[in-house]
Write a protein of this length. Structure first.
Length: 243
């Protein structure tokens, strides 16, 4: 798809270049101000800081790079891509199955809460302000139990956003939120937070490219310490985050 010459219909019925419309939607949907409550979740990072796995800039970036390349970041990207493809093809039974798989793969109660709450909130906000048939169909079939990457992939397909663009934006949002959590938890300075994002740029791009060429058979991971962290977090004595 040519993002410069092609056009896309906006929510007010006008048209513009697909590049303009895509950028506007991505900047809106995946910004911290979009009402999904992403800032409330640390993805097990809070436990990793408490036990000393993460204590400085290098250990934070290493942890997040592993999540992208070997853990939940990679799997989320694959699931998002599959949801996008199913929605583009109007294969609603397939979309429902992808959502069910995404929820079933979660290793802990808190990770289920994290993705389901954000997925539901994202779908509700899209349906109210950026309606499209694909998200409506997802809500009708899944109810309120929607995995966040599936909701994002479905909305992107419904709005004609190219898969490569939504993958890169979603993964950037994923690491940016966790970098923000790390800045507060370690704690680190805001400049170190920016250094972390710079260090993770190549991993975000690489994971997005890999997801473009992957399918459900490629799901899997080896970031067991993060999964354990999401289980242990529930019993921490003090907590700032919900996961």
């Amino acid at each position: 798809m040519d993002m410069v010459m092609a056009t896309i219909t906006t929510t007010d019925g006008t048209t513009g270049s697909s590049g303009e419309a895509t950028l506007y939607r991505l900047m809106t949907w995946l910004t911290p101000s979009f009402p999904v409550g992403a800032f409330s979740y640390s993805h097990g990072l809070e436990w990793a800081v408490e036990v000393g796995d993460i204590g400085d800039l290098d250990s934070l970036t290493g942890w997040l790079r592993d999540l992208l390349e070997w853990g939940s970041g990679r799997n989320d990207a694959i699931l998002l891509a599959e949801a996008w493809r199913a929605s583009v093809a109007s294969a609603w039974d397939r979309l429902d199955a992808v959502n069910g798989l995404a929820l079933a793969l979660l290793p802990s109660r808190e990770r289920h809460l994290e993705t389901a709450m954000q997925g539901r909130s994202f779908a509700v906000a899209i349906a109210a302000a950026w309606p499209c048939a694909a998200v409506g169909e997802l809500q009708r079939r899944a109810g309120t139990d929607i995995a966040y990457p599936v909701a994002v992939g479905t909305a992107a397909a419904g709005h004609g956003i190219p898969l490569d663009a939504i993958l890169a934006a979603y993964l950037h949002g994923f690491v940016a939120n966790l970098v923000s959590a790390g800045v507060r938890l370690v704690p680190l300075g805001q400049t170190d937070g920016q250094r972390a994002l710079v260090a993770l740029e190549a991993a975000v791009a690489g994971t997005a490219r890999q997801a473009l060429a992957s399918d459900l058979d490629d799901l899997g991971g080896a970031m067991f310490r993060a999964d354990i962290g999401s289980m242990k977090h529930e019993t921490q004595y003090t907590r700032l985050f919900r996961s």
